[in-house]
Design a protein around this ligand. Structure first.
Ligand SMILES: C[S@@+](CC[C@H](N)C(=O)[O-])C[C@H]1O[C@@H](n2cnc3c(N)ncnc32)[C@H](O)[C@@H]1O
Length: 353
């Protein structure tokens, strides 16, 4: 997964594929509507206000659209961050982000800078939309009395799976503690484990001095993630707006993702000294942060403007579309609990641990 997504120039994210939007393979929330970024800006303003000199660090900024919508709205709210840092593994996307920002918000472009590694220290808001799902996962197979790692080899001019029994190591230790180990059936049980997600949260916990980490992605808590009915895992591929489950199809030209285990994110955060501020669905978070109020600024008697926005908001918050599958988790450090919890006032705070 790491090779086909991130090999310089050849990997899906590193190469020149369109990726986002109608000409690409999938659509993300910032590409659906500016109301997504404008709503997140309400949250960002809330966090940045009490932190004098606070900045934003966006991880995996895609086309740069979310950065544009956030900065544009924060300028209107008179709450611009000191700096807007972007860290993205893809050189191709970094270039696109520069172009988008220079064209759309030239007056704010001087606030934006690109990092080649995580900073040592940070104060403010760290943000990542659909980045956790793009990190490489391990495949684990729970069998009768043992756990194997499923790997990929080159065989007969093609890619093929091969399992290797695990006896020790980080993957084995993590797999051993997960729910399929206690479950009698169905075996063999195949699923993903993201050590990369866990390492990433530990790194963020170390560098964050004061502020919050806002992560948005599709996934579940562990009881749903490792549910008996999900015994084939959650690995998914996207090619030209078709979702399928064959990761060997057109290596480097299609996206490969896995759902996020939010219990693992929460537990790793707590073990690393962060607070778990909130966890809820995208529907609840966006409504709590005022997406419907922002929509209401456009009069309903102007259908040419109003109706497309209604349909965009519907895609973002309808439980049948992104609203229920996508979750928001906020982790925080050294910041007032009520301030950080803006966005979680109403709605369900689901049990994760
Ligand atoms: C599915 S795209 C999402 C892009 C954007 N956030 C959006 O919502 O449109 C995943 C992004 O994460 C980046 N990425 C993946 N792993 C990363 C990491 N460890 N650090 C920074 N960026 C990463 C990819 O290069 C890509 O820009």
């Amino acid at each position: 997964m790491e090779t086909v997504l991130y090999t310089p120039r050849l990997g899906y994210y590193s190469g020149g594929a369109a990726k986002f939007g109608a000409a690409g393979d999938f659509v993300t929330a910032p590409e659906i509507s500016p109301l997504f970024g404008e709503t997140l800006a309400q949250y960002a303003a809330h966090i940045l206000k009490p932190i004098k000199q606070g900045s934003i660090l966006e991880l995996g900024a895609g086309s740069g659209k979310l950065a544009v919508d956030l900065l544009h709205t924060l300028a209107q709210l008179d709450c611009l961050p000191q700096h807007y840092y972007i860290l993205d593994l893809s050189a191709d996307l970094q270039q696109r982000q520069r172009t988008t920002i220079e064209q759309r918000i030239p007056h704010l472009a001087s606030r934006v800078s690109w990092l080649s590694a995580l900073p040592e220290q940070f104060e403010g808001l760290i943000l990542a939309n659909e980045v956790l799902d793009a990190m490489p996962v391990h495949l684990a197979v729970w069998q009768n009395g043992s756990i194997a790692e499923r790997g990929v080899l080159w065989e007969d001019q093609g890619l093929a799976w091969q399992d290797r029994i695990l006896a020790e190591g980080e993957l084995f230790d993590t797999a051993w503690q997960l729910p399929p180990t206690d479950r009698p059936s169905p075996l063999p049980y195949l699923s993903e484990i993201s050590l990369a997600n866990r390492h990433f949260i530990r790194s963020l916990a170390t560098l964050l001095q004061r502020g919050t980490i806002l992560l948005i992605d599709y996934g579940f808590g562990q009881s749903e993630y490792y549910h008996p009915q999900r015994h084939q895992g959650t690995l998914m591929c996207h090619y030209r707006h078709h979702a399928h489950d064959d990761p060997f199809f057109l290596p480097g030209l299609q996206d490969i993702t896995s759902h996020v285990d939010f219990s693992a994110i929460a537990q790793t955060a707590l073990d690393s000294g962060l607070q778990l501020t909130g966890y809820t669905t995208q529907t609840h978070f966006l409504i709590n942060c005022g997406i419907t109020d922002l929509l209401a600024r456009t009069p309903a008697d102007q259908p040419d403007d109003y109706l497309p926005q209604v349909s965009q908001v519907q895609r973002l918050i309808s439980p049948a579309e992104m609203g229920e599958l996508f979750k928001i988790i906020v982790l925080s450090k050294n910041i007032d609990g009520d301030t950080a919890a803006y966005g979680f006032m109403r709605g369900d705070l689901r049990r994760l641990l």
